[in-house]
Design a protein around this ligand. Structure first.
Ligand SMILES: Cc1cc2nc3c(=O)[nH]c(=O)nc-3n(C[C@H](O)[C@H](O)[C@H](O)COP(=O)(O)OP(=O)(O)OC[C@H]3O[C@@H](n4cnc5c(N)ncnc54)[C@H](O)[C@@H]3O)c2cc1C
Ligand code: SF4
Ligand code: SF4
Length: 608
């Protein structure tokens, strides 16, 4: 099939692209403003394929300054988008550990001791210190608290109502079609295949869509972006080594909640010092809250789910959540490499936008606005080229899209943020100081620290628990968990003092219940497994098996031969296994032993 423009993924970046483009393809009298190359006399044929089963079914951002969104929709605050409200009170809270179970450095212990000792004269309550002021770079004043799922459904409807663009959810793109270093379109995923991709009943090979321009907006771990990185390489000195997995719940707050719509809370310090939390309040007593577990958290027990529960149970948050009820749950990777992870933004026949082009700003904690902005910049460039009847060559895209992007606030702020988190490579306190320095000096001062690939920094389980749990006991717990086919983290966390989770069937539910109640995870039949363990012999030898501990959906379990098994029906497509894997790929140490391909299904909630 032939089209003029084909887009991969419908996240905020592509939504920004299509919103700007779709409004300008047809004149007010209905005549094409620019002409299609594949259907002469018609406006350009624009197709967008989205992997998830509906628009807005992924996990995405919440609080945003909404500069780019407002530029596209000046009336956004009055548009009646469900769950949207202006940002109100913003606070940063340092959470102390009420159980003594987290791993804290000597400096942090000293700080905790100081806070406890002087708590009567400090803004301290419920085991938390309220920072006297929110640093300006973190502020979202004037912005919006949104449900991106709801916003994306609304934006998708706006785009489709123009009649100039088609969006196809439930349709993963399996690969970019590359001919002699030019991207000439995409291939959709094969249907009617077995787990290993072999044709089975009802086999339908994925259709090829040929297009003059392929827009890649498939997010931080998108398979098409990764394919292009593999094929074209990254620019000299660039690398993708910083990530986080964000796990989130949307809840109904209790009827008597004192929290006002627009409330924004950022937390740090607990459940582990490396884990940041967020708590945003929507209208109608709904709140979105969760944690980020970063790749520089040097623990082989990186379980976002169990940590999320301990975080919610912190006295400072639990007082608001005690009678709250789970509405929705999910997880997703956040690409945190910033400018240093930027791929080749354009090439012959293609352009990269959004988080997959490393647009997310790790200093301001903002990705939605940046992704949207890069999409609108590409749309303006595309319209310019279409009107001038110029082809989508690398040079033409550089002179239009890349030029706009480099001249915009996205780039200026990315330069400030570029080294702002390097300090975290050598510890949390150093990281916080580095961030503050970068934020307060506009990036002029930072603390050094070379980002290293996650696999290089993960200690073995025995090293991590040295002095707390003996090797013999770890071996015994490992055998017990293996016999029950469950991950090891729960046993080890119990062992070092984390209290049991008091399941209440409302908000505190088992991981499996979260998949069913909150994520409503589904996987249609007839598609291949999208997670693959590339060198099984590496898995056999791998001691930490962090892919199992870190899996957001318990979709990876231990197999009999030491090689993990993947269960497509539990996968929420968060992409965390890819960068958490403890073994580098022998042929490319910047990649790990897990392949993350295009796949169907996953979360079924448009509230995240
Ligand atoms: C828990 C969490 C909280 C966050 N909070 C905030 C916040 O408060 N404020 C903020 O500004 N940012 C926040 N972010 C970051 C923000 O969500 C991202 O920066 C933003 O979503 C990036 O948009 P994108 O369009 O580039 O990519 P994505 O949102 O990742 O969208 C990519 C789309 O491509 C689709 N796709 C992937 N592969 C394929 C394929 N092969 N075929 C077809 N479709 C495909 C995906 O399903 C997805 O819909 C948060 C992120 C997380 C994980
Ligand atoms: S996928 Fe990676 S982390 Fe998991 S067992 Fe294999 S090598 Fe280890
Ligand atoms: S298997 Fe799926 S749910 Fe588990 S970490 Fe990988 S992408 Fe996330």
């Amino acid at each position: 099939m032939n089209a003029d423009i084909v887009c991969v993924g419908f996240g905020p970046a592509t939504a920004g692209f299509l919103t700007t483009l779709s409004k300008q393809l047809v004149n007010a009298d209905g005549a094409p403003a620019v002409e299609s190359a594949v259907i002469p006399g018609a406006p350009p044929q624009v197709l967008c394929y989205e992997r998830a089963d509906d628009i807005g079914f992924g996990v995405s951002g919440v609080v945003t300054r909404a500069r780019a969104l407002r530029a596209s929709f000046p009336q956004i605050k009055k548009a009646g988008i469900p769950m949207a409200t202006p940002v109100g009170d913003e606070k940063v809270l340092y959470l102390l550990d009420p159980h003594g179970a987290s791993r804290r450095s000597t400096t942090l212990r000293l700080a905790d001791w100081f806070i406890h000792t002087f708590k009567f004269v400090l803004p301290f309550e419920h085991y938390a210190l309220k920072l006297p002021w929110t640093p300006p770079f973190l502020h979202k004043r004037g912005g919006l608290v949104l449900s991106m799922g709801q916003f994306m459904q609304w934006a998708g409807a706006q785009v489709q109502s123009t009649g100039t663009v088609q969006i196809w959810p439930g349709t993963p793109v399996s690969q970019a079609l590359i001919q002699e270093n030019k991207v000439v379109g995409v291939r959709l995923l094969d249907q009617g295949v077995g787990k290993n991709g072999q044709p089975a009943d009802g086999f339908t090979p994925g259709m090829d869509i040929h297009a003059a321009l392929t827009v890649v907006g498939d997010g931080p771990v998108g398979p098409i972006g990764r394919q292009l990185d593999e094929h074209f390489g990254l620019p000299e000195g660039h690398h993708l080594r910083d990530w986080a997995v964000g796990m989130k719940v949307v809840v109904d707050l209790p009827e008597d909640t004192p929290l006002k719509p627009g409330t924004v809370l950022h937390t740090l310090g607990y459940p582990e010092p490396e884990i940041f939390g967020f708590f945003y309040v929507h209208p109608d007593r709904i709140a979105s809250l969760g944690i980020f577990v970063p790749s520089w958290f040097d623990s082989p027990m990186r379980t976002a789910y169990r940590y999320l529960q301990h975080w919610m149970l912190h006295p400072q948050l639990w007082r608001h959540l005690k009678d709250a009820k789970l509405r929705s749950w999910g997880a997703k990777t956040l690409g945190e490499s910033g400018r240093r992870g930027e791929p080749h933004l354009v090439g012959d026949g293609y352009a990269r936008i959004g988080e997959g082009s490393s647009s997310t700003n790790v200093l301001t904690g903002s990705g939605v606005d940046e992704a949207w902005a890069t999409g609108t910049q590409l749309a303006e460039a595309v319209l310019e080229l279409l009107k001038a009847k110029k082809p989508f060559t690398k040079q033409n895209l550089e002179e239009t899209y890349v030029k706009r992007r480099l001249a915009s606030w996205v780039e200026q702020e990315a330069i400030v943020a570029e080294k702002s988190r390097d300090g975290f490579q050598k510890g949390v306190v150093r990281g916080m100081i580095g961030m503050a320095l970068a934020g307060l000096t506009n990036g002029k001062l930072t603390l050094a620290g070379d980002p290293v690939p996650p696999w290089k920094r993960i200690p073995s389980i025995e090293e991590y628990y040295a002095g707390r749990v003996s090797r013999e006991e770890i071996a015994r717990l490992r055998d017990q968990c293996k016999a029950k086919s469950i991950p090891l983290h729960a046993a080890l966390m119990d062992r070092v003092g984390w209290p049991a989770i008091p399941y209440d069937g409302r908000l505190l539910v088992s991981h499996q219940d979260a998949l069913l109640m909150g994520g409503k995870v589904q996987a249609p039949k007839g598609y291949a497994d999208h997670v693959e363990f590339l060198h099984p012999e590496l898995c056999e030898k791998c001691g930490t098996k962090i892919c199992i501990e870190a899996c957001s959906g318990q979709a990876i379990v231990l197999g009999n031969d030491g090689v993990p098994n993947f269960d497509r029906e539990k996968c929420v497509h968060c992409g965390a296994c890819v960068w958490n894997c403890a073994q580098p790929l022998p042929e490319n140490p910047e990649r790990t032993n897990i392949a993350f391909r295009a796949g169907t299904g996953g979360l079924h909630s448009a509230e995240n």
